[in-house]
Design a protein around this ligand. Structure first.
Ligand SMILES: *[C@@H]1O[C@H](CO)[C@@H](O)[C@H](O)[C@H]1NC(C)=O
Ligand SMILES: *[C@@H]1O[C@H](CO)[C@@H](O)[C@H](O)[C@H]1NC(C)=O
Length: 234
């Protein structure tokens, strides 16, 4: 028997709604492990909203021993693969924020191999100011891109640097190691909240765009969800 048009739509919506709810997982106390270097393994994060961003805060913790460049966070939109990219450039404490191909380098940051490093990056379109916090220390404030929003449906990927919307990965920039506590807000998080995050205190509320405690994600290839190991504070 053919399902009538209205009923079909209803069933679709219901299924979709139920699936979306079921897809969200609380990853508190867990981490993504990226065990091998590849140009395929990644995690797709589905944001809670896809409206334009006039400001953004991304917080995450990473654990790695790689000295080569690696993507920590890749946010693409259909018109630009580097809408908001966090790239660790080299081992000497340099992290790049790339916004619509405007690159700014933050130097002399104190991240350490083989331990958890807490990173928060903020940007606001009105002033264009971007800033990083790494393990409790703020970076110099620098201008990246001013007066324009991040608009268009986001493609948010961990583990790889998108050179096109949702793809074109480069093995030499892939992330190998562990990532945890990934949150995104649509505002510049006030300093006291960043300080709490830096101290390894679990987020009470979590990001309103990406929330680690209620995460909608898809794993592609060899990435594992594991219990958090190697204590956050060491
Ligand atoms: C994040 O998820 C947790 C667990 O579901 C929830 O308590 C919290 O309110 C969420 N945060 C936001 C900003 O939606
Ligand atoms: C998604 O956004 C809605 C509306 O802003 C909010 O009520 C809800 O808590 C958010 N969920 C997550 C997982 O952040």
């Amino acid at each position: 028997m053919a399902i009538s048009g209205t009923m079909g739509v209803f069933i679709f919506l219901l299924t979709h709604f139920v699936t979306s709810l079921a897809d969200k997982q609380d990853l508190s106390g867990k981490m993504f492990t990226f065990p091998v270097e590849s140009d395929t393994a990644h995690v797709i994060l589905v944001p809670n909203q896809s409206k334009s961003l006039t400001a953004v805060t991304v917080c995450l913790r990473f654990f790695s021993d790689l000295s080569r460049p690696q993507s920590l966070f890749s946010f693409a939109t259909p018109i630009n693969a580097n809408a908001f990219l966090l790239m660790k450039r080299e081992w000497k404490g340099v992290i790049e924020i790339n916004e619509y191909d405007n690159v700014v380098l933050f130097r002399e940051l104190e991240y350490i191999a083989n331990r958890w490093n807490s990173v928060c990056a903020t940007w606001n379109s009105q002033t264009g100011i971007a800033q990083l916090w790494v393990n409790g220390k703020p970076s110099t404030r620098k201008g990246v891109r001013r007066g324009r929003d991040i608009s268009g449906t986001p493609s948010i990927i961990l583990g790889q640097d998108q050179d096109s919307y949702g793809g074109t990965f480069d093995k030499a920039q892939s992330f190998v190691g562990m990532l945890t506590d990934v949150h995104i807000w649509d505002k510049v998080l006030p300093y006291p909240e960043i300080a709490l995050y830096m101290n390894g205190i679990p987020q009470k509320t979590g990001g309103n765009v990406i929330n680690w405690s209620s995460l909608d994600f898809t794993i592609k290839e060899y990435v594992l969800v594991e219990e958090l190991v190697n204590g956050l504070t060491n």
